[in-house]
Design a protein around this ligand. Structure first.
Ligand SMILES: Nc1nc2c(ncn2[C@@H]2O[C@H](COP(=O)(O)OP(=O)(O)OP(=O)(O)O)[C@@H](O)[C@H]2O)c(=O)[nH]1
Length: 268
């Protein structure tokens, strides 16, 4: 009986550790309050499935749940590999952070590798409407963030501050298949990592005005296969995997046509 109780308690603890940062979960278990903490610099990323609104009306609800579960389970695996933190998912949007709850110098490098991995892994999920690989987009911004626990029932570990809003805007202003970064994020990524960025130029961002933004193209430190921790097929895959990643890029023109026609994007 005591052993059964211990097993059940172990399961509950494990579940709690998945839902909150372990140090926060420990404090809450001890009945302590958790103070909000200011982080001088962290990197926030949002990803979403731009064609989601077109997929939903054409699918059964259970198929939507299956689709998101398959996609987010793949993302969760990458979170573990890159040692980032998953903050939450809302619908088709997946929010993650580097440098929180534990501060690290390479928080933006971590998130850039995570983004490259997510774009690649999403393609292994099938778009149920077109039967083609699923394409996501990502937005990344680095800056100060406040993190804290909110609520008594189902307490949630939440992030606050303009950095979060700007990261969300980077995502919502990104073309399909791209990783859209603010200038801050680019500088931050380059302070520890080695990446190739393509300047997008000045972009009018809702609520922010004109911003200089960039697309993340590749990491010079890690191949795609290392990032996603999967074996390369020597018969058909490029050495670093970035040729395959580029195949999913859809330029702005095609994006605009797709949005106008409300159709899912077709990728050759
Ligand atoms: N999922 C999630 N989204 C967030 C969070 N904080 C901010 N956002 C999103 O970031 C976006 C930009 O935030 P704001 O600049 O405050 O935007 P807003 O004017 O309140 O909202 P909209 O213009 O409707 O997007 C909004 O779409 C928010 O939903 C968060 O903690 N979680």
């Amino acid at each position: 009986m005591a052993k059964d109780l211990e097993v059940e308690k172990g399961k509950t603890d494990a579940l709690l550790r998945e839902m909150l940062p372990p140090s926060v979960a420990q404090q809450l278990k001890q009945g302590l309050s958790v103070d909000a903490r200011e982080y001088e610099e962290a990197t926030v990323m949002f990803t979403d499935v731009p064609t989601f609104q077109q997929i939903v009306p054409l699918c059964q609800p259970k198929d939507i749940v299956h689709l998101l579960n398959e996609l987010f389970t793949k993302f969760d695996r990458l979170i573990g590999i890159q040692k980032a933190y998953k903050v939450e998912t809302v619908g088709d949007s997946y929010m993650s952070v580097g440098g929180i709850p534990d501060t690290v110098d390479d928080h933006c490098e971590v998130i850039c590798h995570l983004a490259l991995g997510m774009v690649m892994e999403a393609r292994t999920v099938c778009d149920p409407i077109t039967n083609t690989p699923l394409h996501i987009r990502a937005g990344i911004h680095s800056g100060p963030v406040v993190a804290g626990v909110v609520g008594a029932k189902m307490p949630r570990y939440c992030l606050f501050g303009d950095t979060v809003n700007t990261a969300s805007r980077m995502e919502s202003h990104s073309p399909i298949g791209r990783i859209h970064c603010s200038e801050n994020a680019k500088k931050c990524a380059e302070s520890t990592g080695r990446f190739e960025f393509e300047p997008r130029g000045k972009v009018q961002i809702k609520g922010k005005g004109e911003m200089n933004t960039y697309f993340l193209l590749r990491s010079f430190k890690r191949s795609i296969w290392e990032i996603i921790d999967r074996r390369r097929d020597e018969n058909c895959n490029s050495i670093d995997g970035y040729n395959e990643l580029r195949e999913g890029y859809v330029d702005d023109v095609i994006n605009k046509i797709t949005q106008r026609n409300s159709k899912t994007c077709t990728i050759s």
